[in-house]
Design a protein around this ligand. Structure first.
Ligand code: PBG
Length: 331
C-alpha cells in the first residue's frame, strides 16, 4: 500500500474562507495609529519628497485629517510639530502657543472623543542643533537637564488636551520625570507611551525631511545600538518600572525579534512604530514596479502584529483601515 502523508498542513490553506478562519492574527482599524505632521506658517499641504503620499499639514487642515482618521475608525493620531523657528533649548516645545501644543488642542476638539490624540514628546523638532535634548557645555546631550524640559513639555501637552504622550527622546529616567510632573500637575489621567526600545536607525532618514531636522552627527549616545536585543528588553522593563502605560519598539520591521521578546516580557501593552524608512522602501519599490504594493504593505503589518504588537503606528493607517473596513484580509 502506498504510504500517504499523515499530516496534511495544506488542508487549512485550500480556500480563502478556510484561510481566513485559520488566520492566527487579524488587524482592526482601532489598532492603527496615524502619524501626522503639522507645520507652522504654511497655508496648503506640502508633500514630503522622501515619503511619497505623505504631507506636512497646516494647522487649519488638521480637523479634516482628524475627520478622515475618525471616519476610518483609527485608534488615534500621533502629532508631530514642525515649528517656524528653533533655538538651543527647544523653547517652542513648552510654549502653549508652540505649533505642537496648538495642534493638540485643535485635534482634540476635532476628534471629540472618537479617537485618541497622541503627541510626540521630544525636543529634536524644536532645537536648532537637532538633538533630542539640550546640550551640555562640551556639546554632549545633557540627560538630566533634558528631563526638566521634558517634564514641562509633558505638562504643556497635557494642558493642551493630549490623551497619550509619546516619549521618544531616549533619555534615562524620562518616564519617571514626566509621570511625576503630570501627577504633580493633577494629570494622573494622562497616558504615557514610552518609545522604550528605540534604535539608532538609518530608517528614520525620510522623517528628518518631514520635520526638517537639522541634526549634524547622530543619536548613538542615546538611541539603542542595533546589535543589542537584550538591551531593548531592559529598556522596556525599566520604563514599565517607571510607570509607562504602554511600551513601544521602533523601528518595527528590522526589530521583530526585539518586539517578540518585549511582548513576552512586558506586563503592559506593546506597540510598534513602522517608521518613515520602512514606508519609503515599500513605496519606492512598488513605484519602480518591483513589488506588489498592497500585498507588501499588508504583509509588513501582519508581520509586526505576529511578532507581538497590539497596535501599530503606520503612515498607511487610513488606507489600510479602508481595506479592513471593506473586509479584505491583509496578506
Ligand atoms: C523623535 C522621533 C523620530 C521619529 C519619531 N520620533 C526621529 C528620530 O528619533 O530620529 C522617527 C519616525 C519615523 O522615522 O517615521 N522626535
Amino acid at each position: 500500500m502506498t504510504s500517504f502523508p499523515t499530516r496534511r498542513l495544506r488542508r487549512l490553506r485550500a480556500t480563502p474562507a478556510l484561510r481566513r478562519l485559520a488566520a492566527e492574527h487579524h488587524l482592526h482599524p482601532s489598532e492603527l495609529v496615524l502619524p501626522v505632521f503639522v507645520k507652522e506658517g504654511i497655508d496648503a499641504a506640502q508633500p514630503i519628497a522622501s515619503m511619497p503620499g505623505v504631507s506636512q499639514h497646516p494647522l487649519e487642515a488638521l480637523p479634516a485629517v482628524v475627520e478622515q482618521a475618525a471616519a476610518a475608525g483609527l485608534g488615534g493620531i500621533m502629532l508631530f510639530g514642525v515649528p517656524a523657528t528653533r533655538d538651543a533649548v527647544g523653547s517652542g516645545a513648552v510654549d502653549p502657543d508652540g505649533i505642537l501644543n496648538r495642534a493638540i488642542a485643535v485635534a482634540v476638539t476635532a476628534a471629540a472623543g472618537r479617537l485618541t490624540v497622541q503627541a510626540d514628546l521630544c525636543l529634536d523638532e524644536f532645537t536648532d542643533h537637532g538633538h533630542c535634548g539640550v546640550l551640555a557645555a562640551d556639546g554632549s546631550v545633557d540627560n538630566d537637564a533634558t528631563l526638566e524640559v521634558y517634564a514641562r513639555m509633558a505638562v504643556a501637552q497635557a494642558a493642551a488636551g493630549a490623551d497619550v504622550l509619546g516619549l521618544s527622546g531616549m533619555m534615562d529616567g524620562q518616564v519617571a520625570a514626566c509621570r511625576q510632573a503630570l501627577d504633580a500637575a493633577g494629570r494622573s489621567d494622562v497616558v504615557i507611551l514610552a518609545y522604550s526600545a528605540k534604535y539608532a536607525s538609518a530608517f528614520y532618514g525620510p522623517f528628518r525631511d518631514a520635520v526638517e531636522s537639522t541634526l549634524q552627527g547622530d543619536r548613538r549616545t542615546y538611541q539603542l545600538d542595533p546589535a543589542n536585543g537584550r538591551e531593548g528588553v531592559a529598556e522596556a522593563l525599566a520604563d514599565i518600572d517607571e510607570g509607562a502605560d504602554v511600551v513601544m519598539v521602533k523601528p518595527a520591521g528590522p526589530y521583530l525579534d526585539v518586539l517578540a521578546r518585549v511582548a513576552d516580557a512586558a506586563t503592559v501593552p506593546v506597540w510598534a512604530y513602522q517608521v518613515s524608512g520602512e514606508y519609503a522602501l515599500i513605496e519606492t519599490a512598488a513605484a519602480a514596479g518591483l513589488i506588489d504594493r498592497e500585498r507588501a504593505i499588508g504583509e509588513s503589518l501582519v508581520g509586526i502584529r505576529r511578532a507581538g504588537a497590539e497596535a501599530i503606528l503606520t503612515y498607511w493607517a487610513i488606507e489600510v483601515a479602508g481595506w479592513l473596513n471593506d473586509g479584505r484580509s491583509l496578506a
